[in-house]
Design a protein around this ligand. Sequence first.
Ligand code: ADQ
Length: 728
Amino acid sequence: MSEHFDQLLRHSPLGILCDLDGTLVPFAPTPEEAVPDEAVKSLVKRASALRNVTFVIVSGRTRDFLEQHFQGTYLIAEHGAFRRGDGAWEPLRDEPVELANLAVRLDELLLRYPKASVERKSAGLVLHYRRLSRGDREAFVVEATALLDKIPLLKPNPSTLAIDVRPAYLQKSTAVPWVREHCGNGARLLAIGDDLTDEHMFGALEVGDDAIVVRHGETRRTKARWEFQETGQVMAFLEELVALREGLRTTVTALPKAVELRPRGRAAAQSLLVVSNRLPSMRSAKDGRPESVGGLVSALGPALQKRGGLWLGWNGKTIDDDEEPVPALEGDFSPGLLGLDLKERWYRDYYNGFCNKVLWPLFHIFPSRVRFAHSGWLAYEEVHRVFADAAVNAVAPDGTVWAHDYHLLLLARDLRARGHTGPIGHFLHIPFPPPDLFEMLPWHREILDAMLSFDLLGFHTPGFMRNFLATVGSLHPARVSDEGIEYQDRRTRTGVFPIGILPGDYKNAEAPEFAEEIEGLLRILGPAKLVLGVDRLDYTKGIPERLLAFGSLLERYPEFRTKVSLLQISVPSRADVTDYAEQRSQVEEIVGRINGQYGEAHWVPVRYFYRAYEQAQLAHLYRAASVGYVTPLRDGMNLVAKEYVAAQSEDDPGVLLLSRFAGAAVELREALLTNPYDIDGMADDLRRALTMPLEERRDRHAKLLARVYGSTAATWGEAFLGALAACR
Ligand code: ADQ
């Protein structure tokens, strides 16, 4: 046995704080199925009887559950809300936690996600979503978090496929001083646990104490110094420990391994680093293909895969404001993903604040939706410094860095300040606004200065690039010429790189496991022609206008009633920003109005789904739709337009009805272009699409398909990286 553990395990008094689920008891699909077996119970009983050892189960479970399985053991229930030593249960605080006003809204949520379940406790609740399909999980978390955030007393924490909801003060860290007090003077503590709630317990330990994390294959950052992979190893270790203290053995061999520090060496060797606000969620390393909702992922995957680069971004988790984020490799993916936590303050002020309430609406020309806050700008700068620190540690000093989107406009400035000498490029996935709008930004000069630290700035369309050059020309002293933009001793080039898709994924998408649901949906829709809208639920996508135009079609051209149905699929997005929540209610209200006004016993004019679908399911729907109804008020590119084209049958293709304000309209000139601000005009265009003769449809589609194949996600990545290399 290592000297370290020899001393710790023989120490008296010794306190052992042990989590239950995922630590002693393996995970099961539902909490009811995860119960301690006889082996666990008997081990806990023996551990509780040891002299000079205080063995405590520290769990999120209820008092009743723990009591039912463990008698004569010290117990901590509901993450510290109740504790029981030798006497009766004591509450941590006397005040009750008010959950009543949540119940109805939770019931509504569970009706829509019947495979999710809620576990109610006296001091909070747990939403379990392990049994949802992968496609539904993200949407569920977005919706549930939005719902729970409205109750300031409660704090949701999406941990291992369950969302723990409880008052912010209820953390397992409260167990640590209680156990230390029970142990008496000179105690050393050993804490064992597997999830983020246990990290609070680890964080409250003192010098001389120790912690073991149970990984379950994950590689997230931990405060523990030691690790096991699974519950069986914890059991073996505790069995030996108990036998050692009982005098039945002289050594413990089933010891944990030391947690490896962040593999800096591997990251530092990278010659290409992609940086985006959000890391993608990925499938297993075996097929290595990205799986996520959002255009960026499908576009970047191929370029990175080819070069074996690393991708740095937010891992989707938040930490308390007093904690510091430490970059850590996420999972075992190719390309490697280097994840960063965001402090809650950054999530609020940087992500939802400056990014989503300032840059997003301003760049999409919705100035009335912009909400300036100076705290947002400060957070924007601060997060850039954090990303820059992580980036310089992850890439060779002369390596290539490719930053993405409006979340990272300052990155090159901060990388240069840290001595990075390699090429740094930026691609903007959304429009760039005209100068008079950009000037509304109180920090326009700082942002332009910082953008001119990039070697290459890429845009989707010539129009966005012209807006940028005009903005520099009117608001900045830099010199704009054919050679690029010169400022101080630097030159920045600009270029147009229209992003594409991987068309083969939509052409031949076959996934029998998902087909049944879509076929069922199409059966319900019946023989009516299908008009299809697919978007993130975002006010830039023009969903209310699209619905109103459909209503106008039914009103002014009654011959279409019962002959055509609109299916609108919206994936939940930024649901915790007010404008997005309002957009959702507005869309639901218009759908209800149209259906109430025109619906008949056997025909529902509009079907609306607020959820994500698998890519293969979308391809199936695209193919079934007579019209791809893609009508954003403004959009950087819009990949749905290209996906719709790729999925059509060449013999009998549908018609792409496309907003002239989508970046895609520049390339996809043979689509039927429409103006989404003109509702009746759009209804007329929809009518034209629905009645277009087969020959014209084929002719337009063939040309569109050639364009979609001519400029794909892969050629886009290569073109940008090639141009970036050529800058030097
Ligand atoms: P987005 O605004 O996210 O991207 P878009 O280009 O249309 O918009 O990409 C959306 C992606 O999400 C598509 O691949 C689509 O299939 C998928 N999706 C949408 N709804 C879905 C649903 N219900 N279920 C599953 N998948 C769904 C930003 C810019 C765009 C730009 C891209 C890429 O706003 O203008 O085209 O980046 O640069």
